[in-house]
Design a protein around this ligand. Structure first.
Ligand SMILES: *[C@@H]1O[C@H](CO)[C@@H](O)[C@H](O)[C@H]1NC(C)=O
Ligand SMILES: *[C@@H]1O[C@H](CO)[C@@H](O)[C@H](O)[C@H]1NC(C)=O
Ligand SMILES: *[C@@H]1O[C@H](CO)[C@@H](O)[C@H](O)[C@H]1NC(C)=O
Length: 362
């Protein structure tokens, strides 16, 4: 009898046993699906608003001050971006203490055309006779063939800031931090820094207008026309970290490009962060955030990492509706006050930018 039972396959079992197996299978399938879509993970997430900790676990202010003064902090740094430069751009800002705006453009090595378009438009260093602007393109290393083209490009334009790390999407934090490291070591006296992707439309004119009064942009422009006010200038020590601010949650379903497991990040919310396609920093914020990176464990999404640095240095990200992390549909009038907008190919970017320039808005 026992023997024959074992020989039976599942479909020959009594119906009550079949039903049980069905339920077990159904439960397994549901559990598997829940795991794929991150529901089991959600259950184990920690509350961001309670006891948030991210290494290094302790106050940083003193260490940052010591680093500023070239002193050795008591606790050794826990994080470095030690990649040697291929092109270091040590002369970009030398001899000029009046640099107002430095563009740090995250670019992919093969995006030659995007860089050309940016040089001819919003990245043009001599756009205004009375405003010192600088531009560098941030790059990693791709391969020999592309490198020989980059060598030519560097000779011609002298604006590639390249370090020897693998240029790939999940190395974006390295790219961003190489940019801040360079800014700190080579361009520390500049007043503002704008980190952007190479597929953005940017209006340099509106960046400068925005910086005169971020809290009241663009309304203050109209008021000034009526009252003939003189433009404000932000104080030198203002800690501005601004752009389109997100308050969002980690993606926990495994199909997401941005999937993160609990080991990598255990909390139910991200720190508030500026989407990293277009981020504007004042000098003081850039310095604090860069130095905080010595004591903030690496994270592979650069916008989240900057959010963590801001959290650690108590800098609140400042939101502006005129930075668009998506592509704001283009029209002559709707781009009047636009500071940045995402998702442009070089041709359409140039077209939009030239039109806005002729209207006095770029
Ligand atoms: C920067 O690059 C130049 C040219 O390759 C080199 O001579 C110089 O030593 C480098 N400077 C630093 C600080 O790495
Ligand atoms: C970059 O790093 C690799 C591996 O560490 C090394 O073999 C290569 O020579 C470096 N390239 C440059 C241009 O510095
Ligand atoms: C990032 O760059 C480092 C240094 O070149 C390399 O070892 C690593 O594999 C890269 N990571 C990714 C995800 O490409």
């Amino acid at each position: 009898m026992k023997r024959t039972m074992q020989q039976h396959n599942v479909f020959m079992l009594p119906s009550s046993a079949k039903r049980k197996i069905k339920y077990v299978l159904l439960a397994l399938v549901l559990l598997f699906a829940a795991k794929l879509f991150g529901l089991t993970t959600l259950f184990f997430e920690k509350d961001f608003h309670k006891n948030f900790r991210y290494p290094y676990d302790g106050p940083l202010e003193e260490f940052i001050d010591q680093l500023k003064n070239d002193e050795k902090p008591m606790v050794k740094p826990i994080n470095f971006y030690p990649y040697p430069y291929i092109y270091n751009q040590t002369k970009k800002c030398v001899g000029n203490d009046e640099v107002r705006l430095v563009y740090l453009v995250k670019s992919a090595p093969e995006h030659f055309n995007r860089r050309i378009a940016i040089r001819e438009s919003w990245g043009f260093e001599k756009r205004f006779s009375d405003v010192e602007i600088r531009r560098v393109f941030l790059l990693g290393y791709q391969n020999k063939n592309i490198q020989s083209l980059l060598d030519e490009e560097q000779k011609k334009f002298g604006d590639l800031l390249q370090a020897n790390f693998t240029d790939s999407y999940f190395n974006n934090t390295i790219k961003t931090m190489i940019g801040l490291k360079w800014a700190y070591n080579n361009c520390k006296k500049a007043k503002y820094f704008m980190l952007t992707d190479d597929d953005y439309y940017v209006s340099t004119k509106n960046v400068l207008r925005y910086l005169r009064n971020p809290a009241n942009y663009p309304a203050y422009l109209e008021l000034n026309k009526v009252k003939r006010q003189i433009d404000m200038e932000l104080p030198d020590d203002v800690k501005l970290y601004t752009g389109f601010v997100f308050n969002s949650k980690p993606h926990r379903h495994v199909f997401s490009k941005w999937f993160v497991n609990l080991n990598e990040y255990p909390y139910d919310r991200w720190p508030p962060y500026v989407t990293a396609g277009a981020v504007l920093f004042s000098r003081s914020a850039m310095i604090d955030m860069y130095l905080a990176s010595f004591y903030t464990h690496h994270f592979r999404f650069d916008d989240i990492y900057l959010g963590l640095l801001a959290l650690k240095t108590h800098i609140e990200p400042f939101h502006s509706d005129e930075f668009h992390y998506y592509k704001k549909s283009y029209s002559k009038d709707d781009y009047r006050f636009t500071v940045a907008s995402h998702g442009f190919l070089p041709g359409e970017m140039l077209q939009a930018w030239n039109e806005q320039k002729s209207l006095g808005n770029a």
